[in-house]
Design a protein around this ligand. Structure first.
Ligand code: GLU
Length: 424
């Protein structure tokens, strides 16, 4: 379960601005631009769930499907009180770009339920998850729309979704549905390496950046916002390079230690206690001091809109590697660019999760089981290729890396639309 600081403003406005900037620069076909500027389907479901004490509570869930011209809709499910239709639209749109940049045959979607899972028992979360899956019905499907984990959802929740979906299919079709969801526990059809995949992808892209910049990761310092799946794995994997974690923040508070915090030890502590705040091997820190941490690399791995006009000036780093979706808003982005701070944009940097979701989906379809070396080496190859495409596009268009990443995605989508044409 991921603990995350509060977000601030409407992220769908940010996505639209980012899209327009790239579309202008690459001169995206105006007809295709009209299509990609809109989401395809937006499903809102209200459903009742029985609480442990016998009361009924109503919940609101969403699934937004942005585009499926490259393949089935794909993207995570988020459980958070800040989930609303605009956030889900933004996250769905980013998924389309992500898969297009990496060159995997998926479209983009996202979903979620607006509630705070910390306030509910495991049994209630299970019933909420199952009722949500039932409410979505055939709006998801193994060859149509494939959900996965996101903020505050995990492999256990994916297993409940699988079980509910499969149980509502005709008996002879049940075995053919395992790939309706990815990020499952390994025993339930999940892939090795999926749990760490997003964090691993963040670290692979940082490695490529370091190679390009001739920057030595050994002894480099980094700090991380969010210590859920992405933040904890990125931290643990950076340790293998001999880099030093010097500050961490989550929804419970921030901590720092200039001699370094051991990510494995902190992870064990967070799994036990639910947050970093009272970790005794580091000292507490306020948010402003956390954002001002002097380090080489900052990895935001929590919610959107954390690097803004208020906080972008505070950053004292040479690289921001975006593990979260949309951690930098438009003004924050401009400030980082003016200050010549490098950015590995979210739709490239955090794409490792959906890549290994694709591998999981393929393994399920083919009844195969790949070993970890195979998963990791294929993930690395796809990410390195995408990294190079984005880097070369930034060079060619003399633009920032986020815009370049959009251009890579939009070019692929434009080409497919031109080849296929518009029905009828
Ligand atoms: N929720 C993750 C993301 O934002 C993973 C999506 C997936 O695996 O489908 O990329």
């Amino acid at each position: 379960m991921e603990n995350t600081p509060k977000k601030q403003s409407n992220v769908y406005v940010n996505v639209t601005k980012q899209f327009n900037k790239a579309a202008d620069l690459m001169k995206l076909d105006p007809e295709i631009r009209k299509i990609l500027a809109k989401t395809t389907n937006e499903i809102t479901v209200n459903f009742p769930v029985k609480m442990d004490d016998g009361r009924i509570e109503m919940f609101t869930g969403y699934r937004v499907q942005h585009n499926n011209v490259l393949g089935p809709y794909k993207g995570g499910l988020r459980y958070h009180p800040a989930v609303d239709i605009d956030e889900v639209r933004a996250l769905a749109t980013w998924m389309t770009w992500k898969s297009a940049i990496i060159n995997i045959p998926f479209g983009g979607a996202k979903g979620g339920i607006c509630f705070d899972p910390q306030r509910y028992s495991a049994a209630e979360i299970q019933r909420i998850t199952r009722r949500f899956t039932f409410a979505l019905g055939c709006n998801i499907g193994p060859e149509y729309d494939i959900p996965a984990p996101d903020v505050n959802t995990n492999a256990q929740i994916m297993a409940w979704i699988l079980d509910t979906y499969v149980s509502t299919q005709p008996p002879h079709e049940r075995q053919a549905c395992t790939h309706v969801i990815t990020g499952k526990p390994v025993e339930a059809g999940g892939s090795l390496g999926r749990d760490k995949a997003t964090g691993q992808g963040v670290v692979y892209t940082i490695e490529e950046w370091a190679k390009d910049k001739k920057f030595n990761l050994k002894g480099a310092t980094y700090f991380v916002q969010g210590f859920g799946n992405v933040g904890s794995w990125a931290s643990i994997l950076m340790k293998q390079h001999g880099s030093k974690l010097i500050a961490v923040e989550d929804v419970t508070g921030a901590i720092s230690h200039h001699d370094g915090i051991d990510p494995d030890d902190l992870n064990a502590y967070v799994l036990e206690t639910g947050g970093v705040a009272k970790y005794s091997r580091a000292k507490p820190l306020d948010h402003k001091s956390f954002m001002s941490t002097e380090a080489d690399i900052f990895i935001p791995a929590a919610l959107e809109n954390q690097i803004t006009k208020e906080t972008a000036f505070l950053l004292n780093v040479i690289l921001v590697a975006e593990g979260a979706n949309g951690p930098t808003d438009i003004e924050g982005d401009e400030i980082l660019q003016e200050r010549k701070i490098d950015i590995l944009p979210d739709i490239l940097c955090n794409a490792g999760g959906v890549v290994v979701s694709y591998f999981e989906w393929l393994q399920n379809k083919r009844s195969e089981f790949w070993d970890l070396e195979e998963v990791d080496s294929k993930l690395r190859k796809l990410l390195v290729n995408a990294y190079m495409r984005v880097r070369d596009t930034a060079e060619k268009y003399k633009t920032d890396w986020r815009t370049a990443a959009y251009i890579v995605a939009l070019m692929r989508l434009e080409k497919v639309y031109k080849e296929r044409g518009i029905f009828p």
